[in-house]
Write a protein that binds this ligand. Sequence first.
Ligand code: SF4
Ligand code: SF4
Length: 191
Amino acid sequence: MGYFGNIIDGIKTTAQGLKITGAYLGKNLKTRGNDVFALQYPDEKLPIDKVTHRGLHEYDVDRCISCTLCAKACPVDCIYIESVGKGKSAIMTRFDIDYSKCLFCALCVPPCPSECIVLGEKYSLPGNSRDDMIVKFHEGVFPIQVKSDLAKTMVEEFQDEGLFALKKSKREENGVPTRVEQDPRKNTDLN
Ligand code: SF4
Ligand code: SF4
């Protein structure tokens, strides 16, 4: 597009924007401000549709078996799962989701054999960097299923290092959150 073409295009899109603004202004004046077009977020929020809404994940580490099926189903590879060991003796060491990549498509939900991951209602995740968009749903180390001696030994070693509590009750005793609703990122008010 040439020089004058750009100017004409600029005028056209500005007029288009003003037309939309004018239409809303007129509508608002007509309804005497009873229709809501803008809210003072975060003090005011629109209600969410609990059936169709797809917000931040809710994840239950207690039921997760670290099978990685959710991560494999994710089209953008934004679920990071790491574990030590194999099969029933595996110990999960990481379960993070990078929300700077997540599409909220929910494709990670159906494959989960434990039904321990769903898209929840919370949607607010403020942050100043891309790293802030990575939610650590599970930090430290947690045994998937402690059945073999090897796993028990590994668990004890990790425990000695103070990295985790062996059972849910123990984690609770130590104030370690077990569910995402309890806010995986300290000092962050997820909505
Ligand atoms: S909602 Fe979609 S993009 Fe987000 S983690 Fe699940 S599968 Fe990946
Ligand atoms: S599919 Fe379910 S059980 Fe498997 S790793 Fe993902 S959340 Fe855990």
